[in-house]
Design a protein around this ligand. Sequence first.
Ligand code: AHR
Length: 547
Amino acid sequence: MSSSLNRRTFLSAVTLTAVATAMRGSQLVSQATRGADASIDVLAQEPIGTIAPEVYGHFIEQLGGVIYDGVWVGERSKVPNERGVRKAFLDMMRSIKAPVLRWPGGCFADSYDWRDGLGPRRPQRTAFWSQEDSNQYGTHEFMATCKAIGCEPYLAANVRSLPAKDFYQWFEYCNAPAGIGNDLASQREKNGSRAPFHVKFWGVGNESWGCGGDMTPEEYAHAYRQYSAWLPRYEGQNVHLVGVGPNGYDLDWTRRLFPALNGHLPWGLSTHYYVSGDAKQFAAGDAVNFTNDEYYDLLARATTMERILRDHWLQMQASDPAHKTRFVVDEWGSWFGPSTRLSPKYNLSQMPTMRDALLSGLTLDIFHRHADKVAMACVAQTVNCLHSLLLASEDKAVTTPVYEVFKMYMQHMGGQSLRTEFVSTMLTNPLAQLTPVGGASATGTIPPETRVSALSGSASRSGNRITLSVVNTHISAPQTAEVRLRGVGVSSAEATVLHVDDVHAHNTFDQPNAVRAQATQVKAGNGGSFMHTFPPASVTVLSLTVA
Ligand code: AHR
């Protein structure tokens, strides 16, 4: 483990990005005050849009230890469970008010036959990620999981290896009303659920540019029209379809897809962006053992998410000027090599550290800053996988530093995102020259991120509470900022901070509380401005009561 401070990185950190006074909208944004490293202006009169609670969504798939062991332990298991679903998973999801859960994939979805997961006899099949999928976890088990959590189900339909008829029939099975003589509704009743599941969110395929069929944008547009145009509809049910969007920054996919959809615009555009631990190679790098240079590189590349949203939004505008379609970032997170796998059986499982907590804060803040564009997002994947909130094996379970950020940021859910201006030191990405154009996990042509802001974040308002979240990416230096609430005063303030001395720190079954958020002091006076110091490599949430 290398954690010594890299001198090059440190020296590059001593230039302030902006010292000049600037006009932004109708508000005056001025430079950092003397004695401060940065300024943060929350423009209370400049709303961006409502932060959809669904931006805090989740994703689980038949992959490694995600479903089997992570979620599903079976009713006869000694592991505490509710109808076969691990109780620790349900408790964790309830504690963060998880709004939506995506299943069955991922790549698994495009080889999955939903009929295999119904009734008492379940065939064992060769599946996308494994030789032996038992199909014990199927539609009813997934719906029971969502019900127990209190979240919306989001199903991804198979477009690569099942015809459109199967999508219609799965839709019918889930949503057809009871008691009208519908055969699939009767089968559903026989399998334990008379009431329809009312599934609102449906993905029409997954990564159709890759594991979902190696299609061109035009081929996928054709499939999307065919699968979606004549889908049965039931009274009183509001259905949101999600079409397959780009792999990272692949602007060409979006540029060609939209005209080819021929007016059949989906509610959501599924957008996937993973940040690899190795700038040169996707799905590589070590989750726990990384250098300071790799730390800055990963965080710098995490911010590419913002360019993806901005540039694709503009691209979509050409065919969709009213922006009927918004982003559904239904796979995001870090993706490292296999060295920290929980077990050899648990494909793609990795150990989330404090560095991943920072990546989570940066990403969620980007979603808030683009609340007008992002309708939903799902972290990949919730348990025993890439960017997980929970690690679980047999009777042990522990929440990760990523979970801490989801818990701290909960108060943003459903809030009105407010324009917030940060003036802060820019830190150099020492590995930018090694990063392939477009980033290791993204196709398309954009130059790599050469810098990352020391302080960045987002703000939102719910009633008389303003929530301000701030990430300090500087690995060793605290950053003091003057926080200014433009247009409102503050009567009281509370703060929570996630900070540990070592960015490699992580929670294990033996040391479950190595990385935990804590309440911290904040001195906000009666006015709308105050100074606050953000510890190095930290995530902070300030909860400010408007006077
Ligand atoms: O989350 C792991 C995999 O990453 C998913 O199955 C796939 O959609 C993506 O490539």
